[in-house]
Structures are given as structure tokens and as C-alpha cells.
Design a protein around this ligand. Sequence first.
Ligand SMILES: [Zn+2]
Length: 270
Amino acid sequence: MRLPPETEVIAPVTDTDIDRAAALVGGARRLVVLTGAGISTESGIPDFRSPGGLWTRYDPRKLTFDRFCASAETRRLYWEMGNDLFPALRDAHPNTAHRVLAALERRGGLLRIITQNVDGLHQKAGSSPEAMIEIHGTALEVGCLTCGARQDRGPVQARFAAGEHDLRCDCGGLLKPATISFGQAMPERETVQAFADAAAADVFLVVGSSLEVYPAAGLPRAAVESGAALVIVNREPTPYDDDAEAALHGSSGETLGAIAARLGLAITDA
Ligand SMILES: [Zn+2]
């Protein structure tokens, strides 16, 4: 009997699912991983797009890149939002899923971790900067829109809190958190590299992404079209589940923890 849609249940992750995913991930020689908001919600970082998330409290249409450049009032609002957001990101701890991915890099066979997140938790878990592509930038740094100089965000956010409301670089350029804003071009070098890595992957693992936001959502397509096996770990079904060798609908931490246990992978505390 078919269940009516509103009571449709998502099948739990089975031992067979874990075995299949572990065999693929463990056997990969060029593993490429894509991570999204779902891997960091388990570190207490809310999905900005979820109900009650950042973009339901601040109107993203008022915080586009063009407005940021054009309006001192928008910049003030943007940095004010940072007062809310930055301490939570700065103080967050990686969870089991981040640590398993760092362990996979140490073990060998991992080509890249491409993340849609701006929280820096992969690096806190021990992933090397060389293995990372932060396709939406990082909220832990600030960049100058004129000279491109980067610096840690903490001291800049502190300047705002102390009353400096239009933050400028030594060169006079506008300072902006080093994230990709609405209406801002994706970083070209990182995007090109991410698609090249996806095409080079033999196994492409998605963790905690609903695969709905482009261009990141195009990466599993590029991987599958180049012959990679696709493995998806996400609480909810995704549009790519039918293309996947294994689609596991569960918690990122528990599921990756179970895969790591099958592989005998040592997970160290960050
Ligand atoms: Zn500058």
C-alpha cells in the first residue's frame, strides 16, 4: 500500500547502506567531497536558509553585493549582522563528520573537500588548507574590495563594535567579510578548480547538502558524467539520489562515524 505523501517516511540508514558507502569511500583513489550546511548544523551552526535562520531575520535583498558597495547604511547593517553571527562561527567546534573527513585525508586517496560553508570547521578538524575549496568564501576573514588584502575578522568586527561603522582598509578601500554575498560573482579560480576536481573524482561524496544551490549543485552532475560513483549522506532526499550508488538519509556525524568505524579509521579529537 502506498502511503499518502504527507506521511511519507524516509528510509533509515541500514547496515547494508553503510557497507556499500564504506566500500566506495574506502576504495577511492581520488575522493572528492562536497559539504553543505547539514554537516555544520550538528556543530550548532544553523542553516541560514532554514526557518529561524539568518535569512529569515535579515532580508537578503537588502544585503546584496551592489548595495554593500553603494550604501554606508547597508554596510552598517551587514557588520551589525556580523556582531550576531561571527562569535557563534568563531567559537564553533567541528563534529565527528568533519573529523572523519580530516582522517580520510590523512589516510590518503582524498583529492579535495569542496564546501559551501563559510565556518572554517573543516580546517579546525584538521583538514589541510590545500585540500579545501571554500566555494562561498570564509566568514572568519575580511578582505579589502580594492587591494584584496586579507585579515582575521575578529579585530575588524571589534572595530565595528567600538563604534567605527564604515570599515576601511589602510588603502582606503571598503572592507567586507570574505564570504560571497548575494549578487556577488562566484570566485572564478575556486569554481573552475572545483569542477575540474569533480570531473577527476573516482568517488564523489556529498555530506549535508540538499544539492539545490548552484553552482555547487552542478558538481555531482560533473562527477557522475565523468564516471565517478556518487555517495550521498543527507538527512533529506536530494534531486541526485537516483544517480547515487548509495544515498543515506541520516545525520552527518552518525553516518560518517559508522563509515569510519567500518574502515577502521582513527578519529582524533580536534
Ligand atoms: Zn586595501
